[in-house]
Write a protein that binds this ligand. Structure first.
Ligand SMILES: Cc1cc2nc3c(=O)[nH]c(=O)nc-3n(C[C@H](O)[C@H](O)[C@H](O)COP(=O)(O)OP(=O)(O)OC[C@H]3O[C@@H](n4cnc5c(N)ncnc54)[C@H](O)[C@@H]3O)c2cc1C
Length: 466
């Protein structure tokens, strides 16, 4: 260990206690990776502070000594945002894991940034309230990580992404100042509000330490429908009809033929509606305040399903039935990591009117480059995930083919009104594509904000094109 690192270590141990500072190679290996491909980066020290004041002192020290700091939540990111690509310190939020209060009348919850997302949702529901921030990774992602990536979920088509739920944040700025960005009230016109500046900032502007989310009443009824179609066109026709009828489902998950086949093979036991004559699924969900509204929705959706040549449909109302009809959808991630493969995530978002053309274009690009494609996800948001499968033993030629396919896909997206990322962020993997979406004026504005808040560029350097 060189002198500056040993000095850093003693400083961190003085601040947080030696039990919360580590340079153990096995521990560092784990924290040097996230869920992005098989990427891993070495770094010097892992620190687990216990409160914002300790984080403030750490950032002041790192600022003085120009040491890179990477905030880390659950490490579930798929864009490489939490990878310590410039070494330095990984600052884990895992000890800031308390739910500080659920306020029923005022309709909000305050949680520390290291609370596991699913734990927060469960605690809120026990109070008869609802927090619609539910990424599929919610059993291991953190609340702060969701804010820092502006996470979406299968339910974003009705409730929006994390950005729509955040009221207020406590943030430790790179120079150590601790601020609240907003206020815990429903309306706030008190001058410039920097809350959204930190939503999606991917650890580049400061460390989020507390999150205030607005809450809604818990829906009293929830029904899932699994609909099978003979082709993509019919399934997407159904999605457009749902939109036109303003039925406002809470989920419309598309499962294309490639995703269906791979996951059905992975799960082995026979899955519902995996049968001849069906090659595309739509998993549709409704959450409503009462049964009368739900019945109205189901009557309307049943008529539209018939008009759109739905081959068969299953209706799930109990927890067991819902688990059965959604099992295949939730196993797609595991399936892609089986068979000696992993995946390069492309989560571009396109205008709904261009969704079918986007999926057909991505398919044609992948076919041409001979890159296996798995396509599934948030249809009504125009945010299907195009996963480019990669063998764990990929050759240079296969890697080059994948990169060429990704380049073409992002080129198409950004010239057809879409964005590079709908919910997974820019991180390390996608930064080269930002200039396709933004002109120099827009890029330089972000750089100016970054250099104003973090002139030493210590916060998560080498990310998000900053
Ligand atoms: C199986 C699977 C399913 C997924 N499903 C979804 C999904 O449905 N929707 C979705 O949007 N994403 C999904 N993701 C991606 C990922 O889970 C999300 O991006 C999630 O929000 C990341 O949270 P995290 O706590 O794991 O953050 P990390 O991966 O630890 O970090 C992500 C970024 O946030 C920064 N960060 C973390 N905590 C803080 C903090 N307190 N202050 C400042 N910066 C911070 C990090 O520096 C990094 O830049 C999925 C991933 C997997 C592996």
């Amino acid at each position: 260990m060189n002198a500056p690192v040993s000095a850093l270590r003693s400083y961190l141990e003085d601040i947080c206690g030696s039990a919360y500072v580590s340079s153990d190679p096995e521990v560092l290996y784990t924290y040097g990776s996230d869920q992005t491909l098989h990427l891993h980066f070495p770094f010097d020290l892992l620190v687990k502070p216990g409160n914002p004041e300790e984080i403030s002192k750490i950032l002041q020290y790192c600022n003085r000594h120009n040491i890179a700091v990477v905030p880390r939540g659950g490490g579930s990111g798929v864009a490489g945002a939490a990878l310590p690509v410039k070494g330095g310190v990984v600052l884990s939020l895992e000890r800031l894991n308390r739910i500080l209060g659920i306020y029923n009348v005022d309709g909000y919850v305050i949680a520390e940034a290291g609370v596991v997302t699913a734990d927060l949702c469960k605690a809120v529901e026990q109070q008869g309230l609802y927090l619609p921030v539910a990424p599929s990774s919610m059993s291991f992602s953190f609340v702060g990580g969701n804010v820092a990536t502006n996470a979406g979920s299968i339910r974003s088509c009705r409730y929006g992404t994390t950005a729509q739920q955040v009221m207020n944040l406590e943030v430790v700025l790179p120079d150590g100042r601790i601020i609240w960005t907003g206020a815990n009230v429903r309306k706030n016109a008190t001058g410039v509000n920097p809350t959204q500046l930190f939503v999606g900032s991917e650890g580049t502007l400061g460390v989020i330490t507390k999150v205030v989310y607005r809450l809604i009443p818990r829906p009293r009824t929830e029904v899932m429908l699994l609909a099978g179609f003979c082709c993509l066109e019919d399934a997407l026709g159904m999605v457009m009809a749902l939109k036109a009828a303003e039925l406002s489902p809470t989920a419309t998950e598309l499962i294309c033929e490639n995703a269906l086949q791979l996951t059905a093979a992975y799960l082995k036991e026979r899955q519902p509606l995996v049968q001849d004559g069906i090659n595309t699924h739509l998993l549709i969900e409704f959450q409503e305040p009462d049964q009368v509204i739900m019945d109205h929705r189901l009557d309307a959706v049943s008529a539209i399903l018939q008009q759109h040549r739905c081959v068969d449909v299953l209706v799930a109302t109990t927890a067991t039935e819902k688990e059965r009809v959604s099992k295949l959808r939730y196993a797609i991630g595991e399936a892609m990591n089986s068979f000696g493969t992993t995946y390069r995530d492309v989560d571009a978002c396109v205008p709904l009117s261009g969704l079918q053309q986007y999926i057909e274009t991505v398919t044609a690009i992948c076919n041409r480059h001979q890159v296996p494609l798995i396509c599934f996800g948030h249809a009504l948001d125009g945010n299907p995930h195009a996963m480019l499968l990669l063998s764990n033993k990929a050759t240079q030629a296969e890697l080059a083919a994948l990169a060429a396919a990704a380049d073409e896909i992002y080129g198409y997206v950004t010239t057809h009104g879409g964005v590079v990322s709908g919910e997974h962020g820019i991180g390390w993997l996608q930064q080269q594509y930002l200039p396709l979406q933004f002109d120099e004026n827009r890029l330089s504005l972000t750089r100016q904000i970054k250099s104003m808040l973090d002139p030493g560029n210590i916060m998560n350097p080498g990310k998000a094109a900053l």
